[in-house]
Write a protein that binds this ligand. Structure first.
Ligand code: PLP
Length: 384
């Protein structure tokens, strides 16, 4: 008998995007830009960096489970600290949710090709993981509601969604929510909340609370702290109280916690980051549409492109890699024909579009792309 349960054997570890250093060495390049992991191209919040420096002298002391950050977040959102959880990234909190709420006979329900980090954590529990196809790259909320059965325990929704960048509105969510029994826990993953919050269609879930919904957010994206591993969530105190029983006692680290507190104060950095993202997304979106790629309209800091075949997707990401642009092929998410590109600085995004033009001239890529166009007999302008 194997030591390892079959559902663990069947998993593949999450593949982080390749590092710029690694690619620079492999292809002997001067310039490499990483547009693979939806990180903040401006780097970390300077106030957060300063706060980490200040805390180094007390590194010999154990952290206090994120108590100070919970208080700050509670005050900022007008809730009690009992409604707030913090952890090692929103990934860390998702892992704790899975450990806390899923029993052996429960099931997980979400969309096809959900955020890869969630897929791995969820599948590692060994209970059925059920999915519903996208509808025009959006969550099909009514199909998800129809798919709920007596075993469904967790429904995972990311808004904006990764990898598609699409959102659902409050009205769409509420129509879905009416069909969901109270015994089902809904994870509303809002890792990209800040990028979407000014869109009038985008709902701030802090404005409409439900007792079986946990909202997750992170410092990894717009606050530029992906390397610190710090995320947070809001929910009914009964849910948070049970999560606190399961969470590692000393998570998050004291450095991550002070970085989070300082980043929340750094409104100037937040503003700069959002302003750059809006411009860079505009450049990326217009550049992709101009070139005839089927880029999905996104409300986050990345765009997904449907390259129509796994071969074309691989040829595009490998061609870009050789030219110093790291993007995210989406086979690991379950979309082998798609790629995802993060918005960089204006220069990096421009560099990426220029490199795409060079890839388009590669014989291998142009044959694949032209082959798909002939087969589909469709014009190239497919932006949706
Ligand atoms: N949720 C979504 C939808 C994401 O895209 C990501 C990161 O890419 C995360 C969660 C993980 O964030 P964190 O770094 O806080 O674990």
């Amino acid at each position: 008998m194997s030591l390892v349960p079959p559902y663990i054997e069947a998993l593949r570890p999450y593949e982080p995007g390749r590092s710029a250093e690694d690619v620079r060495r492999e292809f002997n390049l001067d310039r490499v830009v990483k547009l693979a992991s939806n990180e903040n191209p401006l780097g970390p919040s300077p106030l957060a960096v300063e706060a980490i420096g200040d805390r180094l002298q007390t590194l010999h002391l154990y952290p206090r489970g994120g108590a100070a950050l919970r208080e700050v977040l509670a005050a900022e959102h007008g809730v009690s600290a009992k409604n707030v959880i913090v952890g090692s990234g929103s990934d860390g909190i998702i892992a704790n949710i899975v450990r806390t709420f899923l029993g052996d006979h429960d099931e997980i329900l979400t969309t096809e090709a959900a955020f890869g980090g969630f897929q791995i954590i969820a599948r590692s529990r060994g209970v059925p993981y059920r999915t519903v196809p996208y509808l025009n790259w959006h969550y099909d909320l009514s199909a998800l509601a129809d798919a709920v059965n007596e075993h469904t325990k967790i429904i995972y929704l990311a808004n904006p969604n990764n990898p598609t960048g699409t959102i659902f509105s409050r009205h769409e969510f509420e129509a879905f929510y009416r069909h969901i029994p109270e015994r089902v826990l809904i994870i509303l993953d809002e890792a990209y909340f800040e990028y979407a919050k000014d869109n009038p269609r985008y709902p701030d879930s802090m404005h409409y609370r439900h007792d079986n919904v946990i909202t997750l957010r992170t410092f990894s994206k717009v606050y530029g702290l992906a390397g610190a591993r710090i995320g947070y969530g809001f929910a009914h105190e009964r849910l948070i109280g049970n999560l606190l029983k399961v969470k590692l006692a000393f998570e998050p680290s004291s450095l991550a916690e002070v970085a989070g507190i300082a980043a929340l104060r750094d409104k100037a950095f937040l503003h700069r980051s959002l302003e750059l993202n809006a411009r860079s997304m505009q450049l990326l979106s217009a550049g992709l549409t101009e070139r005839g790629y089927a880029a999905v309209q996104s409300e986050a800091n990345f765009m997904m492109i449907d390259m129509k075949t796994p071969e074309a997707a691989a040829a595009m990401s490998n061609g870009l890699l050789k030219r110093g642009v790291i993007i995210r092929p989406l086979a690991g998410f379950g979309l082998p024909h798609c790629v995802r590109i993060s918005a960089g600085t204006m220069e990096d995004t421009g560099f990426c579009l220029h490199a795409m033009d060079q890839v388009a001239e590669d014989e291998e890529f142009s044959l694949l792309w032209a082959g798909w166009r002939r087969a589909s007999r469709r014009p190239l302008a497919l932006a949706c």
